[in-house]
Write a protein that binds this ligand. Structure first.
Ligand code: FES
Length: 333
């Protein structure tokens, strides 16, 4: 997946805030240097003070040539910076943002498109679905969530896309069955020219990727956006040891290893900051806990071996009932 060069930083003014769902805030920004945000783009936002905190948010809507950019942010239960800071924003506040960054472009020319959104991942697909509708494309929008109350834009999307929307809600007993979804694509006449775009929890994206490969569907037709925001274990505090520098650094639940190292003055390479490019890979020397790989750069077998991890998204977890935080020894390359 191509990674676009960083856009310049600028100020943006908050012009609207509202609730988009339970725990999800819709925030409309007016950037200093407007630029239209194409479907699939995100912007980086600097949040909080002290350590440099950067979070990536999909542009849900770009209006008036990018003069109004709508984001939607889910409050993380463990957040003390990122999403909590975004939820504290009020009209007339200012934040530092980049212009639109494109890592998830919508291709032209597929026979059929399937968009799969898990939870807040819908924010990466709202503009894409609208673009497909305007193009008159053959598309389907699959929305999965824990309950309707937490699914942002659900009513708007059903109103806009009608029977092209499939809704799967865990607490209604209609959870998304990934096997059936992908088998349906594989058995359709247009299987080889159907593209699937997805954004959601890492477990959902792993399941779709694995099933996609099992059906022998072209890997280039599977596209995803990940902000490295969800893993298999709840985010908890842990300790990173760097034997080569004789340093020990604590990583708070709402901070990445990359940001914690930067705050401690340890420079490392990075680019995408969302587990896609692999530039931030570090070698794992050992770990007292479980490594929660939240990237989509390493293969499943590499994740099982856990001899390396992506500093920008992956974490360590001691597990429930453990009094001490996990300790992860790393060798920076
Ligand atoms: S910076 Fe790209 S995977 Fe970490």
């Amino acid at each position: 997946m191509a990674v676009q060069a960083r856009a310049r930083w600028q100020r943006a003014r908050v012009v609207e805030v509202a609730d988009a769902a339970e725990g999800v805030r819709r925030i409309v920004l007016e950037p200093e240097h407007p630029e239209h945000a194409a479907p699939g783009t995100h912007i980086d936002v600097e949040t909080g003070s002290g350590a440099r905190r950067v979070r990536s948010y999909s542009v849900v809507r770009s209006e008036d040539g990018g003069r109004r950019l709508t984001l939607s942010v889910q409050l993380s239960p463990t957040s003390r910076g990122g999403s909590a800071a975004m939820h504290r924003l009020r009209v007339a506040d200012e934040v530092a943002v980049t212009g639109p960054l494109q890592n998830f472009p919508l291709a032209v020319g597929a026979t059929r498109y399937v968009l799969v959104a898990g939870g807040i991942g819908v924010t990466a697909l709202v503009a894409m679905a609208s673009a497909l509708r305007r193009r008159g494309a053959d598309y389907e929008l699959v929305l999965a969530g824990r309950s309707r109350a937490v699914m942002a834009y659900l009513d708007d999307l059903v109103a806009e896309h009608g029977d092209r929307v499939r809704v799967h809600v865990d607490d209604e007993g209609t959870s998304l069955a990934v096997g059936g979804l992908v088998a349906g694509i594989a058995q359709a006449p247009a299987a080889a020219t159907t593209e699937l775009y997805m954004c959601g929890p890492i477990g959902l994206m792993d399941a779709v990727s694995r099933t996609w490969a099992e059906h022998g569907l072209p890997t280039t037709n599977l596209r995803f956006e990940t902000f490295g925001s969800s893993g298999r274990h709840p985010a908890e505090e842990f300790v990173v040891r760097l034997p080569q520098l004789d340093r020990e650094i604590t990583v708070a639940p709402d901070t990445s290893i990359l940001d914690a190292l930067a705050a401690a003055g340890v420079d490392t390479l990075s680019d995408c900051r969302k587990g896609e490019c692999g530039l931030c890979l570090a070698k794992v020397v050992n770990s007292t806990g479980t490594i929660d790989h939240r990237d989509i750069f390493l293969s499943e077998s590499q994740k099982e071996r856990s001899s390396s991890l992506c500093l920008c998204v992956s974490r360590a977890a001691a597990g429930s009932g453990q009094a001490r935080p996990a300790v992860l020894s790393l060798h920076l390359t």
